[in-house]
Design a protein around this ligand. Structure first.
Ligand code: ARG
Ligand code: ASP
Length: 722
């Protein structure tokens, strides 16, 4: 009898674990992937753990890089060719663009190696290895140490480990990262390359097809890719740009899969997700979904409405604000999906219920009061956090004031330099004028005052209405008293500020430092900054530290409370493995989204009158001719077309853009670039029914390079597999 119950419990347990696992939730540490490999293999993966991550032999990790500061890229040839997203290479493509060579608009393709364009400041990093260093990081820790003492110990020990790790290797960089809120520490050792050249990018009408209208959405048809090449010195080591550098020879690169993408296919994403908060308590989730997200969405809705109005009325304004508008709209849309998803899932209530069970289990133990203490810290923190976030999304978005404060800062620093070293006063003054001219050119090129002024009025009126009187900054109440209303404040500020007139700005010299500091635009920005620094940040920082400390305990408690659950650490821009399968989903009652899109969908959306949907004529011509070459597929409906994007169930986050989507045989089937917005709450809670990542089918990438760009020579470097 006893054994039967035990067996039944074991079966039930297995069932529960399987249910959890089949959800495809999780961003796993590559060095511990042996713990997941059986599950991966049971879902179709045909490689073993050593082929994913190994320090002894070349493995897939050697074909994946952190691209820039927040994207992922992958190697696709023996000569250092690298793929990432168009939106990840956007800044580089833009930097090389001018009126004569508008690579954003027209695309760019290097037809020879000599034409590949260097990019100052761009780096890519390979993970050499990662090691659990918890023991070393906590060496010397004794029970009863204060949080401050523990922090400085961790810092000192980490720095020593980092110094040791990077000694004697070219381009080595290391970090020690805390996982599970400081319950574990890992050292990540990277090799960073800094001669990275632009090889190719499609025109934005392909690379950003659908723009912000389609962003975070399915069905999707964005050709979101760009191509770079890593260069190294003659020893294949990292080196700054030099014409003598040669293409980097990778330890490993991906073969391009021609096998296609079918519903149910195994998918594996290898990349650098930036940040998730899967283990926070209900209180934190409620703040995000019911307070913070709605506030930020509301303020951005105001600004987007104003931008849209002016952009619709003028081609010039549309160009000026397209990139800013994309940035504002991207998070705006994501937060809507996030808060909506959390509401739909009832995550706050579900976490409360979990917390009740946890507290019962924890009563009397070291975890007994952790939730009560966290809850009361949240009560203290929330009003400060709200005021801070509100300020960032309102006063912090006034372009003129931000620019003015930057110039004031430059003038102040230059003034100090010349006082310190009067002999250099002339050269300091000249350098200031030069830097000012450069900053002003960049700022006014994309500035339209009526948008800024109207946004100022909208967001600052909201600020006055929504901020609790106890948190109202003196600079705001004083300003209102002085000008009478936000409207009149705006009239004066935008009317008399030196910065509202670019020619006056270009005439400024260091002799005007006092006038700059007294400018209403500068005073506005500085007033809010001082308030934040004195009244808000110190409290936030202190509470944040205390909350972080309690989360360390709560995290440990959650792991003990639920010993069968496989826990993965929150994302922190370190290399992770996520696996799942190609799958459609139902976004709403009565609707089913199929998991693949094709060129036919691009043609359906094509509209020369709508900027986001105006494809290159060449693509139209190819569609008419049907000359798709080896990239043609014929669907079950008998239509011959080209595959474009697909959906899968991988758990991804911001930073996973550009990540390789790898098939069961370890070959490249796509490039990850987005999620569906009904599933963007996956940074906080993963819902298998709605959370889908969006990837570019690698065959569409090949089709564009081959047929649209006429850069088929690049394909000669690649290796193809079924
Ligand atoms: N939503 C994608 C990611 O966060 C792509 C963003 C770029 N594209 C855009 N239309 N704004 O970051
Ligand atoms: N588009 C995101 C990125 O840029 C990916 C995501 O949030 O799913 O990393």
């Amino acid at each position: 009898m006893k054994t039967t119950i035990a067996a039944a419990a074991a079966v039930a347990m297995m069932f529960c674990t399987q249910v959890q696992m089949s959800a495809d939730e999780g961003m796993w540490l590559p060095s511990l992937i042996s713990e997941r490999i059986e599950d991966m293999q049971s879902k179709g993966f045909r490689l073993d753990a050593e082929e994913i991550y190994s320090v002894n032999q070349a493995s897939l990790k050697d074909a994946v890089v952190l691209f820039g500061r927040g994207c992922t890229g992958e190697l696709i040839s023996a000569e250092g060719l690298l793929l990432t997203n168009h939106h990840c290479g956007y800044a580089q493509i833009q930097k090389h663009s001018s009126v004569e060579h508008d690579y954003l608009r027209d695309g760019f393709w290097a037809m020879t190696r000599d034409e590949e364009l260097p990019n100052e400041g761009l780096t890519v990093s390979f993970l050499e290895r990662m090691d659990d260093v918890t023991g070393q990081v906590l060496e010397g820790y004794t029970e009863g140490m204060t949080a401050m003492q523990r922090d400085s110990l961790v810092k000192a020990n980490s720095n020593a480990l980092i110094d040791k790790a990077v000694a004697g290797g070219k381009g080595l960089k290391a970090t020690v990262e805390s996982l599970y809120y400081g319950n574990q520490y890992f050292l990540f050792l990277y090799r960073e390359y800094s001669d990275i050249r632009l090889v190719g990018a499609p025109p934005s009408s392909i690379g950003k097809f659908g723009g912000d209208t389609d962003n975070w959405m399915w069905p999707r048809h964005t050709g979101d890719f760009s191509i770079f090449r890593i260069y190294a010195d003659r020893n294949n080591d990292p080196a700054p740009y030099s014409p003598d550098n040669v293409p980097y020879t990778p330890k490993k690169f991906f073969r391009i899969s021609l096998g296609g993408v079918r519903e149910g296919d195994f998918t594996f994403i290898y990349g650098f997700p930036g940040s998730t908060r899967e283990y926070i308590m209900s209180r934190g989730v409620r703040y995000i979904s019911e307070i913070s997200d709605p506030m930020k969405i509301g303020l951005r809705t105001l600004r987007l409405g104003i931008q849209k109005k002016y952009m619709a009325g003028s081609q010039d304004v549309r160009i000026k604000y397209s990139s800013k508008n994309a940035g504002v709209a991207n998070a705006w849309k994501k937060w809507q999906g996030e808060s909506g998803g959390i509401r739909r899932l009832g995550t706050v209530a579900a976490k409360q219920e979990y917390e009740k069970r946890f507290s019962e289990w924890a009563a009397g133990s070291e975890y007994g009061d952790v939730l009560v203490r966290l809850d009361s810290l949240y009560t203290e923190l929330e009003p400060y956090m709200y005021a801070l976030e509100y300020c960032i999304e309102s006063a912090g978005t006034v372009e003129l004031c931000n620019f003015a404060a930057r110039i004031a800062g430059m003038a102040g620093a230059a003034g100090k330099d010349s006082v310190q070293d009067p002999e250099k006063a002339d050269s300091v003054a000249a350098a200031f004028r030069e830097a000012l001219a450069k900053a002003a050119r960049a700022f006014y090129k994309d500035y339209y005052l009526p948008i800024d002024k109207e946004s100022f009025i909208a967001v600052m009126n909201s600020f006055g209405r929504d901020i609790d009187p106890g948190f109202m900054p003196g600079c705001f109440t004083d300003g209102l008293a002085r000008y009478g209303s936000v409207e009149e404040w705006a009239d004066t500020l935008f009317g008399i500020s030196i910065f509202s007139d670019s020619t006056r700005v270009l005439d400024l010299t260091l002799a005007d430092t006092a006038a700059i500091a007294d400018d209403p635009a500068v005073r506005f920005a500085v007033g809010f900054r001082e308030w934040r620094d004195s009244d808000i940040y110190p409290v936030c920082r202190k509470l944040d530290k205390e909350i972080g400390l309690l989360y360390r305990t709560y995290m440990k408690g959650q792991m003990e409370f639920d010993p069968e659950k496989p826990f993965y650490p929150d994302a922190n821009l370190t290399l992770r493995v996520a696996y799942g399968k190609v799958s459609g989903y139902s976004p709403a009652d009565g609707v089913w989204y199929m998991p693949v899109s094709t060129l036919e969908g691009i043609m359906e959306k094509d509209d020369p009158e709508i900027f986001d949907y105006n494809i290159p004529q060449r693509l139209r011509d190819i569609h008419v001719s049907g000359d798709y070459g080896r990239w043609a597929v014929t669907g079950s409906d008998g239509v011959t077309t080209v595959p474009v994007c697909f959906l899968a169930t991988n758990h991804t986050s911001g930073g996973n853009s550009g990540s390789p989507v790898i098939n069961a045989d370890g070959n490249l089937m796509g490039i990850n670039f987005d999620r569906v917005w009904e599933g963007t709450m996956s940074d906080i809670v993963f819902d298998p029914a709605y959370c889908r990542n969006i990837s570019l089918d690698i065959r569409y990438v090949m089709f564009i390079i081959d047929k649209v760009a006429g850069a088929g020579h690049l394909l000669d470097e690649m290796v193809f597999a079924d």
